[in-house]
Design a protein around this ligand. Sequence first.
Ligand code: CA
Ligand code: CA
Length: 196
Amino acid sequence: MELFKSFSLAILVGFISGGLFILERKLSFLIVIYEKSTEAHERSMTEAEKLTAAYNQHVTRSNQQNHECPPGWKKHMKRCYFFSRQTGSWAEAGSYCRNFNAKLAEPKDEAEFVFIRNTIKSRIRVNNEYYLGGTDICYEGEWIWASTMEPITNAHWSPGEPNNYFLKENCMTVLLNGLWNDISCETSLPFVCEIA
Ligand SMILES: [Ca+2]
Ligand SMILES: [Ca+2]
């Protein structure tokens, strides 16, 4: 009887040892698989990051080289400008510009003013003034740039302007001589948009 018990115990121990051995082998195998897949994942992440960085560099370089403006827009310094053929009220002109993440042009420095003046003068078929982004619609005589509501400090009004003709001229235009005028905001005119 004792012999039978010892024999059974030995078989049981052998069975368990064998099972543990198999389990250990399977576990080692799974660990190797996991490590390899982790390495592969990290490698592919690194490659994806490299590709992303290379793409971003390409875009930045391309923008630096071309100083890209959308088709039909003109480049000046770091900004893009659109001189429309379409016409609309001052409010419609502003909406049109905003559709392109732009605004009615606000020539705040001398270089920008000269660029717009020269471009207007060079457009030989044009016989109209163009809307810009200045207004005194909030308070008569207090001219501001609409996008920021900053006071306009670098005035380039044409002689005799702004005259608030018929007490209803509250929107800024640039005349064909390149200087500024005030006009009724309902007048249908072409306009200049600017992307900063
Ligand atoms: Ca006015
Ligand atoms: Ca006027």
